[in-house]
Ligand binder design. Sequence first.
Ligand SMILES: *[C@@H]1O[C@H](CO)[C@@H](O)[C@H](O)[C@H]1NC(C)=O
Ligand SMILES: *[C@@H]1O[C@H](CO)[C@@H](O)[C@H](O)[C@H]1NC(C)=O
Ligand SMILES: *[C@@H]1O[C@H](CO)[C@@H](O)[C@H](O)[C@H]1NC(C)=O
Length: 488
Amino acid sequence: MKWIHIAAILAVPCNGFSLFQDLLLGLGDTYGREPKSLHQEVQRIADNSVITILSDIDSRYSLRVKEIAPEKLGIDTVKQWSGYLDYEDSKHWFYWFFESRNDPEHDPLILWLNGGPGCSSFTGLLFELGPSSIGSDIKPINNPYSWNNNASVLFLEQPLGVGFSYGDEKITTTKAAGKDVYIFLELFFSKFPHLRSHDFHISGESYAGHYIPQIAHEIVVENPGRTFDLTSVLIGNGITDSLVQDDYYEPMACGQGGYPAVLTEEQCGQMSKDADRCRTLNRVCYTTESNIACIAATAFCDSVTLGVYEKTGRNFYDIRGPCEDKGEMCYYGLRYVDDYMNLPEVQKALGSDVHNYTGCSNQVGLGFMLTGDGAKPFQQFVAELLDMKIPVLLYAGDKDFICNWLGNHAWSDKLDWTYGDEYQQLPLKAWKSNVTGEEFGQVKNYGPLTFLRVYDAGHMVPYDQPEAALEMVNTWISGVHDFGYTHE
Ligand SMILES: *[C@@H]1O[C@H](CO)[C@@H](O)[C@H](O)[C@H]1NC(C)=O
Ligand SMILES: *[C@@H]1O[C@H](CO)[C@@H](O)[C@H](O)[C@H]1NC(C)=O
Ligand SMILES: *[C@@H]1O[C@H](CO)[C@@H](O)[C@H](O)[C@H]1NC(C)=O
């Protein structure tokens, strides 16, 4: 047990801070403990407002769709639906879909995914970019910078075990999760067939830097018979290429990421030394893709980077401040989201079968950890998209530590694709608002690949810089991929 226990203690999936924290606090044997996300109280309540759609691809899958009366919850006034994708009686994924506030008959569709692995996409919905956030009185506050201002937005709770999603089977790899998301999307489009002709973008953050490339591969390569197309992908503060990204914890913590050093010189020196061994372990993981090798890489690399940073008491997701609430990914305000999602009237209005909502599931995080999924490479699927001329936006809040902008910038530079050399040689230049002229950050673009550094934002860019994030997404989905970047 010791090996796994040590691996579990040290392996911090991007975003999966609560897991790390619980284990670090020595709450004992993970397997012996009552898992937080065990849904003992699942009961499917008959509800005649729910429509069920069967899959043409695989008859074992069906989609439940319930139209929500907007005034019941007050999250937005637009039309919205929620429900489950069901796989027989064993797997059930929950979603919540909002129409665009502008022109739902023509505006694009955006799928949003949070990371973890194991964190609910309702963190994005109610804390970052959705139509409302939740105040300390556990009531919705309208978000004027919601991403559904000019697009319809679909929030999916995946993989199984996240948020209101539940089931008997365990999903423990990005690959398996990607297959399920593809089937979900086909079913979703059969309920909303007019959306098939709209632009369709997949966006997300953190561990979605794993999910999104895999899902995109599943759509554009594995399923030539698909009924919809993928227009682009957007990844915010992602973890995609850990071999490269692990080299940038030291510079980020030691004053080279645009923020003063938060570690001592001695700690920084040690981190640089440990980076060599980390790189060696990551290389073995990349070449073998064996679970054991990848668990070993994560365990070692995380202990010598995140483990050291943790001692500073700072927020993993925002180097500027302290970790306010260790149980809630450092943000006290995330408690309001949990409290809201646990209100019986909210669950009734949404039609959830599950009555205990947790923002991040430790069980899901642990399952992924034990397959070494975190250290495995996913950047090759990004190269595949670029070679097919499908646009990719990598954006990064520059005050995040855990999936920092330096590491994201570096892996985009090293990426092996048709115009990789041309892209790599380009400098970052100012990214200015097209509305106010304010400098929001820095940008670099070549053909279908764009990297954006967003100033003064942590891991959750739309939370810290809602205006910049909305202009970013609206510019991108309008088809402007260079953000004004010129090649002179
Ligand atoms: C975005 O939505 C606003 C109204 O909500 C509208 O005035 C504007 O024209 C829309 N922009 C685009 C590009 O559709
Ligand atoms: C689920 O919530 C109910 C009340 O809402 C509570 O009594 C029960 O203990 C919770 N179960 C778990 C596993 O957290
Ligand atoms: C800025 O706005 C103009 C006019 O709407 C548009 O043509 C241009 O593409 C925009 N540029 C960027 C970088 O968004």
